[in-house]
Design a protein around this ligand. Structure first.
Ligand code: SAM
Ligand code: SF4
Length: 325
């Protein structure tokens, strides 16, 4: 079964944001005092997420990412992941986390069937980490990464690069791949909240690669069939890989293979489009074929590309925690 959009992109990747709550307050993701929380009654139940996942897999979705907010703060997440992992036809179950709760949960995540983690980490310097996340939790996150390694749970580290904040750590992050069998991915900062000076904060993927190439000899690495829009490289002799994700300057949209479900059950086929479809009324019917039919129809309406690079970019500011990244 294939789920194609009208531009010939194969849509095989579903992202489920299971909560808008978070135990951090990253500056690039949400305001210091957080965002107005979606009421508990609005948040989908795990049963509803499972209905969506089953419908999506029946259509050809092969990879599911559970994200948030911070997915590990939602009660009952482990049994939910265990159910997801059992969906017949699903090839990859992965999870994005800020790592704060990982030291307690890494082994259980592995045991319930999570195949890989994306761990967000933007600085290895305690002060910069606290400035960026507004929380003093770097030791917890580093402990979580160690726990993932101990549990033999493979992981990628996602670093959002911001000029004048953490861009002087690009080489330090790349160096991690020499001793750790993980992928470190550098992500261009995205203007989700439309801050006035956002362009000055972006370090383009070309500049990131240039800085890396000045110090290391990098070679290209093949990406798997389920890979997203990242280009991957490795330092000669390193255990791990380096990825660069360029939502602004690269071919992000051309290679886009995903759809997103927000914590309140809205389908978002493009991160930077205001068009959302409310699945909740349909979920009440518990009819998987109808849910699948609707998802298929929505995928056909997936836009070709976001308009972030045009001055007239028309999207409402949002916090990534509401959509799931
Ligand atoms: N709380 C989890 C975490 O931080 O990994 C999962 C949710 S978070 C919204 C998902 C991803 O979105 C993180 O890797 C985060 O760095 C990224 N993100 C959030 N806001 C961003 C922005 N403005 N530009 C680029 N990436 C962003
Ligand atoms: Fe929370 Fe993740 Fe957003 Fe940071 S990026 S505030 S950890 S949801």
């Amino acid at each position: 079964m294939h789920l194609d959009d009208k531009f010939g992109r194969k849509i095989n990747y579903l992202r489920l944001s299971i909560t808008d709550r978070c135990n951090m307050r990253c500056v690039y993701c949400m305001p210091a005092d957080g965002v107005e929380k979606v009421g508990h009654a609005e948040i989908l139940t795990y049963e509803q997420f499972l209905l969506i996942a089953e419908a999506a897999v029946s259509l050809g979705i092969e990879k599911i990412r559970v994200t948030g907010g911070e997915p590990l703060v939602r009660a009952g997440v482990l049994p939910f992941l265990e159910q997801l992992a059992k969906i017949s036809g699903l090839k990859q179950l992965v999870l994005t986390t800020n790592g704060v709760l990982l030291s307690e949960m890494a082994q259980e995540l592995k045991d319930v069937g999570v195949q890989r983690l994306n761990i967000s980490l933007d600085s290895l310097q305690p002060e910069m980490f606290s400035q960026l996340t507004r929380r003093d939790l770097l030791p917890k996150v580093l402990g979580g990464i160690a726990a993932a390694e101990k549990a033999k749970l493979s992981y990628k580290i996602n670093m959002v690069v911001m000029r004048g904040f953490n861009d002087n750590e690009i080489l330090d992050f790349a160096k991690l791949t020499r001793e750790h069998d993980c992928t470190v991915r550098f992500i261009e900062y995205m203007p989700t909240m439309k801050d006035e000076n956002w362009r000055s904060l972006v370090v383009s993927s070309q500049e990131i690669l240039q800085r890396l190439n000045e110090h290391y000899s990098l070679h290209s690495v093949d990406r798997g069939a389920l890979a997203g829009p990242a280009e991957e490289f490795a330092i000669a002799g390193a255990q791990g890989c380096i990825g660069v994700i360029a939502p602004l300057s690269g071919h992000f949209c051309r290679d886009c293979n995903r759809i997103r479900i927000t914590a309140s059950g809205m389908v978002r086929t493009c991160l930077f489009s205001d068009h959302e479809f409310d699945l909740k009324p349909l979920l009440a019917t518990e009819n998987i074929a109808d849910i699948a039919g609707t998802l298929k129809h929505l995928v056909l309406g997936k836009p070709a590309c976001h308009s972030l690079n045009s001055l007239s970019a028309e999207y409402s500011p949002f916090t990534m925690a509401q959509i799931g990244g």
